[in-house]
Design a protein around this ligand. Structure first.
Ligand code: SF4
Length: 330
């Protein structure tokens, strides 16, 4: 028996009777709609070559750990996705910084802020499709305001970065698992190196993403997304076969000011146990992917992939599209 108070002022009460079996059936339908569906798996001769070529990157691993179902559509089938405004802005900033350091290495002197802004504007136009008209103007102004400030805050340390590798891609293996990752910048100093990743999000929101791994009852409990990304980079550089230098510092560089107007940079250290835990998880995740473990979904329903899974039918091979790494690593 369910009571519904329809009008508080009149304080009238309506009584609605629902037969128990009907209630149970309705509840079952709600649960059915909420539960993550099984992924649509294509013919083996279509899936096997994709899995054979698959390489695990930090973004792919993070996606798998968050939700296997959405990982399957994004990283295995590579269903085309539109680039968000946030990612488009981040890509424009990354491109501008890349051009800035390329200019520095060519001219052997730091380019001026105008050079950085010129390349930022070019980047914004390159990724124009990711913005609404108002969003484009807002983000353009944001970049024009913050980039000269950021450069001013970093110019002394940037001036010392005379040997850099930009968009440094590593492809290697960890046991059976092929692993890959593209680092925004590697600053080499003698035999040591600092790996740096730019982030264009709010630094205060980035704090949680820097938190180290917590293991509870032998399971991964919580970990920060940036922490995992940098730990993964450490593993990549160790297994890269590079002998001229060794990466010993791993840094997240925020290209946005915090509440005090500073541009923070966070350097993370990893213990032997951290690296061992991440290496073990890399092997486990890769093996699970090869076993085609793409379910269940996380059930959090914070994306559209469950809806997509209920509708998607195979009739063509997945298209060649930009990778998840390229789309979502601003
Ligand atoms: S809606 Fe939730 S359960 Fe479904 S794919 Fe997305 S994150 Fe995973």
């Amino acid at each position: 028996m369910l009571q519904v108070l329809q009008d508080a002022e009149k304080a009238e009460t309506f009584r609605i009777s629902i037969e128990t079996p009907a209630l149970i059936a309705a509840e079952a339908r709600v649960w059915e709609a909420a539960a993550a569906p099984a992924p649509a798996i294509p013919e083996e001769d279509m899936l096997a070559p994709i899995l054979k070529e698959f390489e695990l990157s930090p973004t792919a691993m993070q996606n798998y750990l968050k939700c296997r179902l959405s990982f399957y559509y994004r990283n295995i089938l590579r269903i085309p996705q539109s680039r968000s405004e946030y990612a488009s802005f981040g890509s424009a900033v990354h491109d501008a910084l890349n051009a800035f350091f390329t200019g520095f290495s060519r001219e052997q002197r730091l380019p001026d802020p105008g050079y950085l802004l010129e390349h930022f504007k070019k980047g914004m136009l390159r990724y124009r499709d990711g913005f609404t008209e108002a969003g484009f103007e807002r983000r353009l102004k944001q970049g024009e305001d913050l980039l000269p400030d950021y450069l001013e805050a970093r110019k002394e340390s940037f001036g010392l970065e005379t040997r850099t590798l930009l968009e440094y891609q590593v492809r290697t293996r960890l046991g059976d698992a092929p692993i890959t990752g593209k680092m925004d910048k590697v600053v080499i100093d003698g035999h040591s190196a600092r790996v740096c990743d730019y982030k264009t999000g709010d630094p205060s929101k980035g704090k949680d993403k820097l938190k180290p791994l917590k293991i509870a009852d032998g399971e991964w409990h919580t970990w920060g997304e940036y922490w995992l990304q940098l730990a993964f980079y450490q593993i990549l550089t160790r297994h890269s076969g590079e002998t001229a230098w060794q990466a010993d510092t791993f840094e997240i560089d925020f290209v946005q000011p915090d509440a005090r107007g500073n541009y923070p940079a966070a350097r993370l250290n990893f213990t032997h146990a951290d690296i061992e835990a991440v290496e073990t998880k890399i092997r486990e995740v890769y093996a699970a992917i090869q076993r085609r473990e793409f379910a269940p979904g996380c059930g959090k329903n914070d994306c559209e992939w469950c809806k997509f899974a209920r509708q998607y039918r195979f009739d063509t091979a997945p298209a060649e599209v930009e990778t998840e790494e390229e789309l979502n690593n601003p």
